[in-house]
Every structure is written in C-alpha cells, then in structure tokens.
Design a protein. Structure first.
Length: 116
C-alpha cells in the first residue's frame, strides 16, 4: 500500500488544520490507519488511529477532544482534523497502516508548524 500525506502548514495557536492521507494499492478493509508525529528532538509518538472496517477511533490523551480522525471509503483517504492547535503540536506528521500488530507501511511526513 502506498500512502501520501498532505495538508500541513503554518497556523497560529488556536487555529485548525486538516491532514489527508491518500491510500492506494490495495483494499483496505483489514487495515488500521494511524497518524503519528515527531517533534524536533523528540521520538515519534502515536496521535490517532482508525479501523478501516468499522471506523473505531483511538486517540492519544494529548489530542483527545481536539483532533478527529476519519475516513472516506470512496476516496481511500484518511483525515486528521486538528482543532485548537497548540505550539506543542508542532511536528512532522506521518500516516501509517497496519494489518497485524505493527505499523509497517508509512507515508512521507507533512510538517505542521504552530506559532505561539
């Protein structure tokens, strides 16, 4: 599966952005799609995930209530709606996919910069 992330940019604190991850190459009903991020000098961390089959959603505590993950089956695209952005959300965001336990398919990152 190929993953193409987009939608990053510069936004002021309190603002919103929507990231997109377009997936191609397979049928995705068995996949779990995830968003991760890596801030400068920090390790990559989990942000959110969605089960393609039934839409079940999971979030890191740091983004719960501010970020929403969703999918569009017709477009084979997963979204990350990010609201009430904080300076600490500044990072390169990656989308990833897994069938088993580990995420083994990764897209290129998209940079989100939140100005304080």
């Amino acid at each position: 599966v190929q993953l193409q992330a987009s939608g990053g940019g510069l936004v002021q604190a309190g603002g919103s952005l929507r990231l997109s991850c377009a997936a191609s190459g397979r049928t995705f009903s068995r996949y779990v799609m995830g968003w991760f991020r890596q801030a400068p000098g920090k390790e990559c961390e989990f942000v959110a995930a969605i089960y393609w089959s039934d839409g079940s959603e999971y979030y890191a505590d740091s983004v719960k209530g501010r970020f929403t993950i969703s999918r569009d089956n017709a477009k084979n695209t997963v979204y990350l709606q990010m609201n009430s952005l904080e300076f600490e959300d500044t990072a390169v965001y990656y989308c990833a996919a897994r069938v088993g336990v580990r995420y083994d398919q990764w897209g290129q990152g998209t940079l989100v910069t939140v100005s304080s």
